[in-house]
Design a protein around this ligand. Structure first.
Ligand code: CAA
Length: 258
């Protein structure tokens, strides 16, 4: 089993849990931590026994951003040569559904990591923001693109140009988060949600994730064509046969996940 320094991992049933664990830095995302998150997510992604992944932090901070202390003295050329932040593009390519369970600060790279997940469940104390402009930079883990797609131009521009932080209620009203729950029940709720996803066909869940993501990358006509190919391919799975048979036999489906 892989030993990690900045995250904790735990399998609960068919759900793989990744807990960011750098409390002294409010889970600031160092490069090494990013690689650990990616490695853990890829292990779960490759595991047929895992149907969903939950990424969470602490009650005080999901993650307070990329690690400012690590980046402060870097040059543009060093960043370019190292392809800095590209680890997060690879995380976005993980095909297993990912739920972000967010409490406390989700700022800068923390907000961006939450948005790389497929959806966010937020505790009532969650705070989202892209305050990079206050550091003399812009977001670098996809925030300018994903926040704009999530909340629209007006709020995204305001947040990225002023550094204003959004509370959980506003984040839900704006479409950034799927649901707000009390802090005390955040993990339980996120795990139950992930467990429900993991009880479905993993193949079909991956096809669904891919199709929804296509909506952000292509035209409506091409997206619908993508969806159509997706539903046709569902009919090649045993799980489609089982799901529809279970409906007709008035019983719960028992998916084989393949
Ligand atoms: N990087 C490195 N260290 C960080 C950090 C970060 N992003 N955020 C917090 N920390 C560290 C602090 O330096 C502090 O460590 P020390 O005690 O050793 O000084 C520790 O975590 C606790 O933080 P605070 O004492 O500041 O805690 P607070 O409760 O007073 O404030 C906060 C909390 C408002 C989140 C504040 O820590 C803060 O503003 N953090 C930075 C937020 C930010 O600007 N994020 C964007 C980073 S840039 C980025 O993410 C680029 C990108 O798009 C990829």
């Amino acid at each position: 089993m892989t030993q990690y320094s900045f995250i904790l991992t735990e399998q609960r049933g068919r759900v793989g849990l990744i807990t960011l664990n750098r409390p002294e830095a409010l889970n600031a995302l160092s490069d090494a931590m990013g690689h650990e998150i990616l490695a853990a997510a890829q292990v779960y992604d490759d595991d047929a026994g895992i149907g969903a992944i939950v990424i969470t932090g602490s009650s005080r901070a999901f993650a307070a951003g990329a690690d400012i202390k690590e980046m402060a003295h870097m040059s543009s050329v060093e960043m370019y040569q190292a392809n800095w932040f590209s680890v997060w593009d690879e995380l976005a390519r993980v095909r297993t559904p990912i739920v972000a369970a967010v409490a406390g600060h989700a700022l800068g790279g923390g907000c961006e990591l939450a948005m790389i997940a497929d959806f966010i469940i937020a505790a009532d104390n969650a705070k989202f923001g892209q305050p990079e402009i206050k550091l003399g930079v812009i977001p670098g883990m996809g925030g300018t693109q994903r926040l704009t797609r999530a909340v629209g131009k007006a709020k995204a521009m305001e947040m990225m140009l002023t550094g204003r932080v959004m509370g959980a209620v506003e984040a839900e009203q704006s479409g950034l988060v799927a649901r707000v729950v009390p802090l005390d029940s955040l993990l339980e709720d996120a795990m139950a949600t992930a467990d429900a996803i993991a009880s479905m066909s993993k193949t079909v869940a991956m096809i669904a994730k891919e199709a929804v993501n296509a909506a952000f990358e292509t035209t409506l006509a091409e997206g619908v064509r993508h969806e159509r190919r997706g539903i046709y391919s569902c009919f090649a799975t045993e799980d489609q046969k089982e799901g529809m048979a279970a409906f007709m036999e008035k019983r719960a489906a028992n998916f084989k996940h393949r």
